[in-house]
Design a binder for this molecule. Structure first.
Ligand code: URA
Length: 164
C-alpha cells in the first residue's frame, strides 16, 4: 500500500516533547512543506520517528549511549512497519543508524542500506540520507540539495514498489 515508508529524525525538541509527536515545531513545519512539495502528507504517506525518544537536556545532540538506549525501540517500530525505503534526516541520525562516521555531505546523494534488527531476523532496507530541516532553516541555500534528495528518494520508492 501507498504509505509504507519511514522518515527518521534525531530527537524530539520542546514542542515534540510536549505534544508527543515528531516534527511539530519549526523544523516540522518546514518538513511538512517539503513533503507537500512532493505530494506527500505525514498522515497518509509515511511514518515519522526519531532515533532518540526523549528530548536531550537543553537540546544538545544525543550521545551515542542515548541513541543505543533507544535503538531497540526504533528497530521494533521499523520491523512492524516493514518500510519499502527509509529517509534519514541529519548527520546524527544517519551516523547512528548506518554505523558510519562520514559527514552529511558524504552520506547524502548515494544509496545506503539500513539493517533493521539483527541475526537471522535482520531486514535490509534501501535508505537515503538528507539534510535535517532544522539545518535547512539555518542554511536555506542548501534547500536545493534537499529537493534533489527528495526527488532521488521518490525514485527509490518507485523502484522499491512498482505501481501495480
Ligand atoms: N528534530 C528531530 O530530529 N525530530 C523531531 O521530532 C523534531 C525536531
Amino acid at each position: 500500500e501507498r504509505g509504507r515508508w519511514a522518515l527518521i529524525g534525531e530527537a524530539p525538541g520542546a514542542e515534540e516533547d510536549q505534544q508527543g509527536e515528531a516534527f511539530v515545531g519549526m523544523a516540522g513545519q518546514l518538513l511538512d512543506q517539503m513533503l507537500a512539495s512532493m505530494g506527500w502528507h505525514r498522515s497518509t504517506d509515511l511514518f515519522i520517528a526519531n532515533v532518540v525518544k526523549c528530548r536531550p537536556p537543553g537540546n544538545r545532540n544525543p550521545s551515542a549511549a542515548e541513541c543505543a538506549a533507544c535503538a531497540s525501540y526504533l528497530h521494533a517500530q521499523l520491523k512492524l512497519l516493514n518500510p519499502r525505503a527509509v529517509l534519514i534526516l541529519g548527520r546524527i541520525a544517519a551516523q547512528q543508524l548506518l554505523g558510519l562516521q562520514a559527514s552529511i555531505a558524504a552520506l547524502r546523494g548515494k544509496p545506503q542500506q539500513l539493517t533493521i534488527g539483527d541475526g537471522h531476523a535482520a531486514m535490509v532496507v534501501p535508505a537515503l540520507v538528507s539534510y535535517h530541516p532544522a539545518y535547512l532553516l539555518r542554511n536555506p541555500e542548501e534547500k536545493a540539495k534537499a529537493w534533489e534528495d527528495l526527488n532521488q528518494f521518490a525514485q527509490l520508492l518507485n523502484a522499491a514498489s512498482p505501481v501495480a
